[in-house]
Design a protein. Sequence first.
Length: 422
Amino acid sequence: MHQEGEVWKYLTVLILIRFLYRRWNTMVNSKKEYLHKIIDYANRNKKLAIYGAGNVGVALYRDLKDLGIKVQCFLVTSLIGQRTEIDGISVLQIEQLSDVDELGIIIGVSLGKISGIRKKLVQCGMTNYITLNQEYIDTILNEFNAPKMEITTVIGCSVNCKYCPQKLLTAQYWRQDKNRVREMSLQAFQGCLNKLPSDTQIYFAGMSEAFLNKACIDMIRYAIKKGYRVGVYTTCVGLSLSDCKQLINMPLESLILHVPDEHDYAHIPMSDEYWSVVEMLLNATKEDGTYFVDSCSCQGIPLKKFMELNRGRIRVESYLHDRAGNLESQDENLESCDYVNGPIYCYHSGDRLDHNILLPDGTVLLCCMDYGMRHPIGNLIENTYEEIMEGKVLNDIRKALKDETKELLCRKCTYAIKCRRD
């Protein structure tokens, strides 16, 4: 009887996972279908602008950027209270736009605001525009507004990439308590996960290679079982062939592969098993026929052997930055920014500041830039999620975003967006 009960329990979990995957896959496919319409529109116009610089506009921009579609500018009805730019792209009041020849405009706002913007465009003599449908808006807003938690399963990453402040992290982690746990236990992960809102997006990325913790595959399985959307960012170091076979059968929201480079900036041991794992991931597909690996990341020029295996199937990107000043190198490959004065907010999480990092001992850090642990905002083993997000520490950081006299990591971050004072 006990064995029969376990079998039924196992089958129930499989059915639940399949149901959740199909529900999410339906949303993703609807979004993909609508994106094809946007791509067609973009291809018919030499230049493209997004009308709207709020959550919908920014979420739309991210989709377009992922597709390699360039946006010339963001348009708004009024500049009062608006940011000056988004990801280096200017935010303009509609009347400031002078060159409208062959310009297509995508109205990226909630449905209730579209009517007023249409009237404004007509007043300005602009009739070449398209709007977004409600289903697409709902999908991108769900993705954009959902809280996110990146899981650091282990402190001390053997990959030790050149452009990663690992020494700073390990020094700070053990500075106050030399007995802090190095690896996150499955039990600790489960306890922390159970405290998170059900719409939280879980990313096994954090500040180290997730699969250096042998319990990682079980953590991923548990998060999916609980109904969370799960993404993975991995170098594949520590990912065995047997775990990889399990991974490619899981309904991940995304998988980004960090690949080796020609200069050995990422110290990835390239054993026969490593290449077998990489090849398995590259050849794997999802239920809808798309590649299991969504994109690849590289610190520089991708290794020739990897590119031969990839055969141009999956996009490889390289974006290097100084981790909000945590890398002191003057390397010209690194993007950095000067200290940002005035009121600011985060490109990724606005002023919600809910894109956080979970460390092995339950400590929650402000974000993925905080390798120096300057802004610990709570501990998910000791506190509830609500206590952390509504607590004094995080509220003080929110206030500091508007007060340039306050010391804040964010003011050296390439994702800091400056607001207008007027």
